[in-house]
Design a protein around this ligand. Structure first.
Ligand code: 2PG
Ligand code: MG
Length: 428
């Protein structure tokens, strides 16, 4: 009989990086272990994501409070999971999935996500291993040498994440000379970020270095292409080789600049159709060494996804976020139709660790690029770094190399690298 039993779950309302409420869950085990995890929250959400439960009580936080989700953890989920073996993640998650609805709205995906991760943390502590090792064991079935993701650093913020007016949501740098280690790639990213800040402040003005939700700069540039051009200047000024040391990526989050009444995309003060948008991307890819394009079209424009994957997929990874929403059936369908060749994995988009791992597994089975991702509303919890290493993700999206809730993921990644180089496996 197992002794790894849940004694109590305790949830509370905390604030995320945007100052909105989110949920933190503490799991307390029979043996006295206490583990805490919190759920992040997105702004440019896919319409098929698992749903956060918000109170809708306009007297508190303009309706955004999460007291109902907190109460669900403290009462309903607690009753379901009490005395359960928290080292059996499959079982813990299955209980929540079966008692919930398909959108996870009954408990709130914000509640189930935090419970799921808090249990994984408790299990790792019980096994006296690190969270990334525990997730790796879950993912691979056995212990595996850690594999490190490339940091995808979002250094210019547009779309719903800033007031820059840029249509494209994220302009990212990927320090790809990973042979140089995680530490070195993070150093490169940080240098380029600061160099970009100098360029924007000098060429535009100081207000151009105000930042958006993910810590990237939010300059008012007028044209999206200028963001790529300033970033390229910053990379070169730092002495790095574009295309070799560093490549570029974009999360277009195109649903957010799609005008459904006109059936067109609004970018650079123009309305363009999907054909014109595809041509625009093709031009940018060649000119700026763009190796990642996430959500190039709105989430229902599957035909255009197929088109761009056909056209650019050999040289650029076409990544689906809003269209797949970390859902393994949607990814399976995407593989069948060649809708993309990469996927974003966000635990809170599906609501449990087990389902997120399953989604990643399906994507890997067709050699897709798998990117573990934060949300634009984050907390200082750093579990994402362990998750990314645990599933051997090709990349990790954690925002700019600035702002506490972003750098805590990058710092943890560097810590994991150091831990994995130590001969001893001792838990510290
Ligand atoms: C995205 C994410 C994270 P949000 O679109 O990939 O960068 O944004 O959390 O707002 O959905
Ligand atoms: Mg995205």
């Amino acid at each position: 009989m197992t002794t790894a039993k849940i004694k109590l779950l305790r949830a509370r309302e905390i604030l995320d990086s945007r100052g909105n409420p989110t949920i933190e869950v503490e799991v307390i085990t029979e043996s006295g272990i206490r583990s805490v995890a919190s759920s992040p929250s997105g702004a440019s959400t896919g319409k098929n994501e698992a749903r956060e439960l918000r109170d809708g009580d306009n007297k508190r936080f303009f309706g955004k409070g999460v007291l109902r989700a907190v109460d669900n953890v403290n009462t309903k989920i607690s009753a379901l999971l009490r005395d359960r073996d928290y080292t059996n993640q499959d079982e813990i998650d299955k209980i929540m999935i079966e008692a919930s609805d398909s959108e996870k709205l009954r408990f709130g995906a914000n509640a189930t996500t935090a419970v799921s991760i808090a249990c994984a943390k408790a299990a790792a502590r019980t096994k006296k291993i690190h969270l990334y090792q525990h997730i790796s064991e879950m993912f691979n079935g056995t212990e595996h040498a850690p594999s490190f993701p490339i940091p995808f650093m979002n250094i210019i913020n547009g779309g719903k994440h800033s007031g820059s007016g840029l249509a494209i949501q994220e302009f990212m740098i990927l320090p790809v000379s990973l042979g140089k280690s995680v530490k070195e790639s993070i150093r490169m990213g940080s240098e380029i970020y600061h160099q970009l800040g100098n360029i924007l402040a000098t060429k535009i003005n100081k207000s151009a270095i105000n930042v958006g939700d993910e810590g990237g700069f939010a300059p008012v540039l007028g044209h999206d292409e200028l963001a790529l051009s300033h970033i390229s200047d910053a990379i070169m000024k730092c002495g790095y080789n574009i295309g070799k040391d560093v490549v570029l990526g974009m999360d277009c989050a195109a649903s957010s600049f799609f005008d459904s009444s006109k059936g067109k995309y609004s970018i650079d003060n123009k309305l363009v159709n999907s054909e014109e948008l595809l041509n625009y991307y093709c031009r940018l890819v060649d000119k700026y060494h763009i190796k990642i394009i996430e959500d190039p079209f709105q989430e229902d424009d599957i035909e255009s996804f197929i088109r761009i994957t056909e056209e650019l997929g050999k040289k650029t990874s076409i990544i689906g976020d809003d269209i797949f929403v970390t859902n393994h059936s949607r990814i399976t369908e995407g593989i069948r139709r060649h809708t993309a060749n990469g996927v974003i994995i966000k635990v809170n988009q599906i609501g449990t660790l087990t389902e997120a791992i399953e989604a990643a597994r399906v994507a890997f089975s067709d050699s897709w690029n798998v990117i573990a991702s934060h949300r634009s509303g984050e907390t200082n919890d750093d579990w994402l770094a362990d998750f990314a290493v645990g599933i051997a993700a090709n990349g990790i999206k954690a925002g700019a190399p600035a702002r506490g809730e972003r750098i805590t993921k990058y710092n943890r990644l560097m810590q994991i690298e150091e831990l994995s180089q130590m001969s001893s496996n001792l838990f510290s």
